[in-house]
Every structure is written in C-alpha cells, then in structure tokens.
Design a protein around this ligand. Structure first.
Ligand SMILES: C[S@@+](CC[C@H](N)C(=O)[O-])C[C@H]1O[C@@H](n2cnc3c(N)ncnc32)[C@H](O)[C@@H]1O
Length: 278
C-alpha cells in the first residue's frame, strides 16, 4: 500500500490547536503523526487522502493559527530503509523484548518477539502498539481464542500465541501485512497463527475470548458491532489507534450501543487504548 506524508507548518496559535488539528486529521484517516519544532508530519494511505477535505479543514483553523502544507508520496521501499537504519529493540512493561533479526537475543525477558516488519506497521515502537501490549501482559491468554484485527506485522497475535493462546487469527486488509505475518510467525515459532487478508467481513461464526484491534477511530467505529458479535459472553475487547479525549468518549458511547461495557483505558503521548467486556 502506498502512503503519503503531509508536512504541516504551523504558525501562531496555542499548543492545543495542533492537538485538535491532529484529532481532525485522524478523523480523516491519517494514521500516524510525527512532531517537528515548526509543526508536524501526518501519514495516510494515499488512496484515502482527500486533498479537498484537507484544504477545507485548514482554511477553517482558528484566527491567528496559520497552517501551510506540502504533500509527498512515500515510496514503499523507503519504509524499509528507514526502519533498518533506525530500528532499536523495544522493551514493553519490562516483560516483552521486541527485536529485529539482526539484534542479539536477551533470554532474561519472559517474552521475546522477533519482528521483520518490511512495509507493515507494528514494531512495538508506536504508543498504540505498546499500550495494547501493556494490557495484554496483564491478561491470561492460556488456551484462549484470540483475534488480532488490523494485525500489521502480527506483533499482537504473536504475543498472544506466546502467552498461551490456542487459536489465534490475524486479519489485515493490506496484503503486504499478511506476507509479513507469515514471515514473522515462522521467526517466532508460532505456526498456529492463521493470517487472513481482508476486513471484519472475514469473521467466522464461532467466537473469540479476546479481540485486539489497534486500527484507527473511524474503522473501529465502523467495526465495533462486528467485534461485539464475535466476542463470547464475558470476553474482552482491547482497542487502540485513537486519541485520548473526544475519540475515547465517542468510542465508549459506541461500545455501549453494542452491549460492550467500558472497563478502563490507558494513555501514552496523547494516544489511548481501551478495554471493554461483553
Ligand atoms: C495501526 S496498525 C496496527 C498494527 C499492529 N496491530 C500493531 O498494534 O502495531 C493498523 C493496521 O490495520 C490495518 N487496517 C486498516 N483498516 C483496516 C480494516 N478495515 N480492516 C482490517 N485491517 C485494517 C492497516 O493495514 C494496519 O496494518
């Protein structure tokens, strides 16, 4: 999948003006943001980029807050080069060590995950991945049926499998991610992960004990009812990929519409993850 980078230069305004703008951009499908001194960069799948919508959003910024932007398409191979030169191992909650194939193993951590992300998302570096992993590390997965929706590299599915889940499905609508999961499940000796390319339409009629979905606010809002149908009574749903504040409140309200009881949330760097129980 091709991605576009929109580089926004912000002049004037308060810090929270940028936060609100990021939230609005997330609502338009932007998935990742990178802060810079003079503004920020926002990343979106090129096919979702709506330049007219972006123009109209930027024109309607508060008085005194000026935003200009440039757009460039990121060539898929650049992700690889950037990752290979920058990827440092990550330790999540002092329990899970995530490394690349070229890093040495550290067997003292209870869980070690080896990731070769290629062009897929999910190295443990992003706040949303790490928030869900922190939740998972407090959960028992022994013998459970688990779904990882929007699996990217499969990092969450692999952690569930390593923590004892007996049936693990990993679904992503990007075929590049599915190739990555297939490679990563071999690297991690978790062959029972079933990787499927598609959306919530692929969900089977039998249900899961735990559903993990780190995607984005709009997709989550769209798919929450499908997750509710696919969860067993008492099962847990962990979601992330959205912001603390309005996004979280919107998702809590939407969950209640489908009998998903809000349990808790946690935040990191403005991002949020939430847990619901059916
Ligand atoms: C933020 S990444 C999360 C990757 C990984 N699960 C993690 O936690 O790091 C979101 C993933 O969801 C996938 N995705 C986006 N929309 C989707 C949809 N409608 N159905 C399934 N997957 C989707 C994207 O391709 C991307 O790989």
């Amino acid at each position: 999948m091709k991605y576009s980078e929109v580089r926004l230069i912000c002049k004037g305004g308060e810090a929270w003006h940028r936060d609100v703008l990021m939230q609005d951009l997330a609502g338009m499908g932007f998935e990742t943001f990178e802060s810079h001194e003079d503004g920020f960069a926002a990343y979106i799948a090129s096919e979702q980029l709506d330049l007219q919508g972006l123009e109209s959003l930027l024109i309607h910024q508060p008085l005194g807050f000026e935003v200009t932007y440039t757009v460039r398409e990121i060539l898929p191979q650049n992700w690889n080069a950037v990752w290979e030169s920058n990827f440092e191992p990550v330790i999540v909650a002092d329990q899970c060590y995530v490394r690349a194939t070229f890093h040495p193993s550290i067997p003292t951590y209870p869980y070690e995950i080896v990731i070769d992300p290629k062009m897929a998302f999910g190295t443990g570096h992003h706040q949303t991945t790490s928030l869900v992993m922190c939740y998972m590390l407090e959960e028992s997965f022994d013998g459970k049926d688990v779904l990882d929706m929007g699996c990217g590299t499969g990092i969450l599915a692999i952690l569930a499998a390593k923590m004892g889940a007996s049936r693990v499905w990993a679904i992503d609508n990007d075929p590049v991610c599915i190739d990555s999961v297939v490679e990563n499940k071999t690297l991690n000796h978790t062959p029972h992960i079933v990787a499927k390319c598609g959306t919530a339409d692929l969900l089977p009629s039998d249900r899961f004990d735990v559903i993990l979905a780190n995607i984005n606010r709009n997709v989550l809002l769209d798919q929450l009812n499908r997750y509710a149908q696919s969860l067993r009574e008492g099962g847990k749903l962990y979601i992330s990929g959205f912001y603390d504040g309005v996004d979280l409140e919107t998702l809590k309200a939407a969950g209640a519409d489908y009998a998903l009881k809000y349990v808790s949330h946690r935040t990191l760097g403005g991002w949020a993850a939430a847990c619901f129980r059916k």
